[in-house]
Ligand binder design. Structure first.
Ligand SMILES: *Cc1c(COP(=O)(O)O)cnc(C)c1O
Length: 391
């Protein structure tokens, strides 16, 4: 099919819930994507932080194909090897105790919310169920995770929402200290992603961890976007010097297949017992086999390179001195670019995409989430397109 035929068919038969860019993608290689007519795009998006190994990464293709041939799905009524191995690696690399596997970020966050509420219910009974989240956060699109999201624009249309969420400003410790005894957990993104690539202060995060411990509130890290190597460590919490009680992950975990989950520490390992939490597709063996390749690839040396690549790209962007861009920020290959007043991030994204560079927006700025395997040549090509399109 041609790009136009794909767009027409989509318009006719897929519910119109996405504001799409006018590009159809057919295939990819490394950090390059091609439309059906063979036009090349440099990818600074990774399908929103998902394809950390890029496209056509041979070990990933081989592992997915082999597992698909062997066993595509069973259920959690039986045992399979790939998710057990993946859980072991994730725990050993983070100091967490156990994992639960699910399918998407919103669903993983529903799981940690349930975990915090049941932990508190088991220990203290009813009435201690409030989860505090941060303003400008993003936690998902289910009825509950929309309410966990600390942005009023998301609290519309779908009433009634789930009760039991309150919001405080990021980096405002006293707002958290003044919370009452109805709280059971604090949920935060260590780098706010959709909100605009805003890293929390290290001292704040460490103080929140201490406060949570003192009040027996669960510290919950939403690492759906920051997890799995994106920030230059396997999880962002490792760079913040904390061990949360539970962390959710999703986007990059399986390099492009739908998979998510929760990691829980020793204190929380038995909170969700048999019959309290489940999902049919969770721990799918093909997704888990893909996840194992991601873990094999993301060695400590590879993660150091992610940091170096992030620094290289940020310096490259700042050196272009483009009139529309202010400062860059972020962690590893999760990069935000400030957009100067008078410029629209949507217009800038459209112009870059038209010139062959795929980028994202977040909040009022730009957001770059390139595949973690991106090469210097590919980054240089992306920078050249930025210069040509925006100078
Ligand atoms: C993307 C994202 C989600 C939602 O994940 P889905 O897979 O779209 O449900 C939740 N939290 C954060 C921080 C995210 O970036």
């Amino acid at each position: 099919m041609t790009s136009q035929e794909i767009k027409d068919l989509t318009g006719q038969y897929i519910m119109n819930t996405y504001g799409r860019f006018p590009v159809a993608i057919d295939h990819g290689e490394g950090a390059r994507l091609y439309d059906p007519e063979g036009r090349k795009y440099i990818d600074f998006t990774s399908g929103i932080g998902v394809t950390d190994l890029g496209y056509g990464y041979q070990p990933w293709v081989d592992a997915v194909s082999a597992q698909a041939k062997k066993l595509g799905h069973t259920s959690n009524l039986f045992y399979t090897e790939p998710p057990a191995k993946l859980a072991e690696i994730l725990c050993k690399r983070t100091g967490m105790s156990c994992a639960f596997f699910a399918n998407g970020g919103g669903e993983a966050n529903e799981g940690i919310i349930k975990l915090a509420r049941k932990y508190s219910f088991d220990k203290y009974g009813k009435g201690r169920s409030t989860i505090v989240t941060l303003r400008n956060s993003f936690h998902g699109r289910t009825i509950t995770t929309l309410m966990a999201t600390g942005q009023d624009v998301f609290h519309n249309y779908f009433f009634p929402f789930t009760e039991g969420f309150r919001y405080v400003g990021a980096n405002d410790l006293s707002a958290l200290e003044s919370q009452g005894d109805d709280v059971c957990g604090v949920l935060l993104e260590l780098v706010q992603g959709e909100g605009g690539v805003l890293p929390l202060d290290q001292e704040y995060v460490q103080a929140v961890a201490k406060l949570c411990e003192a009040r027996d509130w669960l510290l919950l890290a939403d690492e759906v976007q920051t997890g799995v190597g994106r920030t230059g460590s396997l999880f962002a919490f490792q760079q913040y010097g904390i061990l949360p009680d539970a962390a959710s992950f999703a986007k990059g975990i399986a390099g492009g297949l739908p998979m998510s989950g929760i990691l829980a520490n020793e204190k929380c390992r038995d909170v969700l017992g048999p019959g309290t939490h489940a999902t049919t597709f969770g721990g799918n063996p093909v997704c888990a086999a893909a996840g194992l390749v991601v873990q094999e690839t993301l060695s400590d040396a590879f993660l150091e390179e992610v940091k170096a690549k992030g620094a290289y790209l940020r310096e490259g962007i700042e050196a272009l001195n483009l009139p529309c861009f202010g400062k860059t920020r972020g962690l590893g290959l999760m990069i935000g670019i400030e957009v100067r007043e008078g410029w629209s991030n949507k217009d800038i994204a459209a112009r870059l995409i038209d010139q062959g560079l795929l980028v994202l927006t977040a909040g009022p700025g730009m957001r770059l989430l390139p595949p973690l395997v991106i090469t210097k040549e590919e980054m240089d090509q992306g920078l050249a397109i930025m210069k040509q399109a925006l100078a």
